[in-house]
Ligand binder design. Sequence first.
Ligand code: AMP
Length: 569
Amino acid sequence: MSTISKFNEEEKGKLLEDLTWNVKQIQDDLLKEILTLNAETEYIQNFLHGSSAKELFKKNLPIVAYEDVKPYIDRVVNGEPSNIISAVPITNFFLSSGTSGGANKMIPSNNKFLEGYAFIIDLLEHVISKHVKGVEKGKGMLFFLTYLESKSPCGLPIAAGTSWYLKSDYFKNRPSNWYYSYTSPDEVMLGSNTKQNLYCHLLCGLVQRDEVVRIGSTFASGLVRAIKVLEDSWKELCLNIRSGHLSEWITDSGCRNSMSMVLGGQPRPELSDKIEKICSQKSWKGIVTKLWPQIKYIEAIVTGSMAKYVPTLKHYCNDLPLVSTIYASSETIFGLNIDPLCKPEDISYTLMPNLSYFEFIPMEGDSGDVLDLADVKIGCSYQLLVTNLWGLYRMRIGDVVQVTGFHNKAPQFRFVRRENVVLGIETDQTNEEDLFKAVNRANLVLDSSDLRLVDFTSYADISTSPGHYVIYLEVQDKNEDVKGLVLREKIFLECCLAMEDSLDDEYKYGRCHGSIGPLEIRVVTDGTFDALMELSTSKAQYKTPTCITSEKALQVLETNVVARFFNAQ
Ligand code: AMP
């Protein structure tokens, strides 16, 4: 993997062709490089005893989940030398949104990851400029945000992958082409107060509204959230534009200093009038195209758990293309969408063979074979395994992907689902086990109050902004009928708190930063869960779904809700 930031478009195009024609060779060479480089690490030595042969790797190296290698990773976290797992020193850890025992996974990393990230962004620039005409002449309003990092016991930084990239030299010294030209100064992206940063991002984008050709965020949830801030703050934003001065409540010094350059103390009454007129319209349908008339497309990941935001984005953005950019994780970058203007339901990602060594466990069929990237079959679904250059070997990512086609010899994948995730609003991923734990905590509260939990299910409600978890509970009272329950507010509020307290760090982080709203309990009347079962076609094997996805089932629940509780703090 080499930096391609200095390549011209033709060279980038040729590279993309080379990579996608020579998948097998590139993957085999990369595996060889990884095994040779790491032959002396404790982990690889245990299984390969100095060999770097692919056959032995396939035979001896176990397929692992995070929990299996956690003891090795924890040793590095706690200060032992990183050559336990990686020959190239580990310099930082990523906090993955996946959890292990309720805590976020700590994924080891180093500059090799950032090299891959920078590489894929450079390739994306090429792909988008090839498909979207006129983007080179404008700027992007990208709601990039960084979050505070912490330190491992041995002093290595722990951060989210996207934050780490934005704070790195790769971003600081980024190429000067259109794709890296933003309406917001870097200080606004790097500030530590999300609310202030989002406000400033919007102000920058509004002041430069005629130059904005694309709007985006890494994930669709971030963009929806930014639009909500716009809905709440447009009057104040207009006042700032009118006067040329930033609101006093923006206290972050980086934001204040850089915004004074953007605003320049210059009053802009006409611009403020125009924006006010657009925003005071009753319907906000298509607001994005009205406020930013030169916009060509929207850029945000809209697949997987983000697909639920597509209708909201379509409402605000009319028929603008939604470009879902890359497929990545804390473990590695997988690939990019080389057909950026396709419909959201057709989005696939082409895996880049130079980024990590990828393997695939078939989801169906009797073959237990683990396949290489070059050998996957169209239409088949697989679990994805990663072996990277910085200490992970045959690691299950927890994603299921399906082959939809090929570009040259490179397979393209539709993201099918994350295994075992039932609820998610933003990057939080609450699995069945976590949800059961949370409901058990609520059950203890109910139990101590003479109430019995009959059944429960859940739903990620994104009709509110921010979205929030809804837990439907059917509860019996030993002494009263269901109407009595409505009065027991204190108990149900306690249940809400107990559940939120039990959920993982990523959830709490979202709550703390306002990207996830308070968990809500909706109590349903006696017999509602029986009515839910009646909808099922296989009653003999019926199990209450842990999470509701069908509209019909949701209707049954909603018509039977007798009380709602949530903690407003
Ligand atoms: P994290 O390690 O917290 O960055 O989370 C990585 C996970 O986010 C991946 O394994 C996927 O489950 C999900 N993800 C990342 N990119 C995409 C994408 N383009 N489409 C769908 N899911 C994605």
